[in-house]
Design a protein around this ligand. Structure first.
Ligand SMILES: Cc1cc2nc3c(=O)[nH]c(=O)nc-3n(C[C@H](O)[C@H](O)[C@H](O)COP(=O)(O)O)c2cc1C
Length: 309
């Protein structure tokens, strides 16, 4: 096996320790997504947490099968995006240097326990502990995350591989100013606070893209002249993709505020004018403020919502 280790020598900029921790932790799925990467591990030095003099802050290790696999990963577009994330979001928080060491290693591991804690942590992150947020902290979400989010969600299944969702990520002051007047009043503050809000639309003309996406046969014929089936397919599958969007965002460590409280004709005019795309729902993204969460509503128990027949 071949290991690439990054040694973070130095310390976080004053007051940025928690933000740096979060950005490093949030980058782990991006490391794991590099082609050929078998394992990623981040070890945070406890000493540095207590304000010790500049020393070892963290070690991040990736494991590959061999040197060729590592070299291929380093040349991949995923690595390019990861570097952009580092430059934009990690290095500005860190006062020090990052040294890389690539080496061949022979590893013997013994994992205590059955590994289920890790699985439980992922389930909590995606489902049981994740919440719908009402307010966001003043922390950036780099563009590289938005690309990564789409690169994950796009693999979720849709009928005839139609993938009708289209997304505009509203980040600039100009785009935010276009979106704010379209919102119902209860949603204004969360969109104002969020670093990014996604306008998730659906391409009503998705049959035209089927020849390049659904390779088995020409699926345009299934929809020709059937407006109701087109509407139903766009809504069902665009909404499924909206669900994949939320789970991908959570997997990357982002919090979501999904919203249907907006005037859809206004959002259509403001963001999709001159196209055949229609708005499905909005989703603000960022690092949520736990203090602003409402009491969590219960969910229907299995017996009330499901039946095994
Ligand atoms: C498609 C969709 C639309 C929603 N619209 C709004 C909205 O307009 N305003 C709002 O405050 N919350 C909205 N929510 C949030 C829901 O109320 C929230 O997801 C639900 O109560 C569960 O909360 P929890 O995830 O914190 O458990 C929406 C959620 C979804 C999935």
């Amino acid at each position: 096996m071949f290991v690439r280790a990054a040694y973070f020598i130095g310390r976080p900029h004053a007051g940025r320790e928690a933000a740096l921790d979060r950005q490093l932790r949030d980058a782990l799925p991006m490391y794991a997504n590099m082609p050929g990467c078998r394992r990623v591990e981040l070890q945070r030095s406890r000493e540095a947490e207590h304000g010790a003099p500049a020393g070892l802050f963290a070690v991040l290790e990736q494991t590959y099968d061999d040197s060729a696999a590592l070299q291929a990963a380093l040349a991949s577009p995923q690595r390019t995006r990861l570097r952009a994330h580092f430059t934009d979001a990690v290095l500005p928080l860190f006062d020090g240097s990052v040294a890389h060491v690539n080496h061949e290693a022979d590893s013997r591991r013994f994992e205590a326990g059955d590994g289920s804690a890790t699985e439980a942590a992922w389930l909590a992150r995606l489902f049981t502990a994740a919440r719908s947020h009402n307010d966001f902290r003043d922390e950036p979400v780099p563009d590289s995350f938005l690309v990564h989010l789409y690169e994950l969600m796009k693999w979720g299944p849709t009928a005839a591989n139609s993938g009708p969702a289209r997304i505009q990520f509203v980040r600039s002051a100009e785009a935010k100013a276009r979106l704010l007047p379209c919102l119902k009043p209860t949603n204004v503050t969360k969109v104002q606070a969020a670093p990014v809000t996604a306008v998730i639309g659906m391409e009503m003309n998705f049959p035209d893209t089927l020849p390049s996406l659904f390779l088995q046969e020409d699926a345009r014929d299934w929809f020709a002249g059937n407006e109701e089936m087109i509407r139903e397919t766009a809504l069902r599958n665009g909404s499924l993709q909206g669900g994949y969007f939320i789970l991908a965002a959570r997997a990357l460590g982002l919090d979501c505020a999904p919203m249907s409280g907006f005037h859809s004709e206004m959002v259509d005019r403001a963001f999709w004018a001159g196209t055949t795309i229609r708005t499905n729902f909005l989703c603000a993204l960022g690092h949520g403020r736990e203090e602003a969460l409402a009491v969590r509503g219960p969910r229907l128990p299995f017996e009330a919502a499901c039946r095994i027949v």
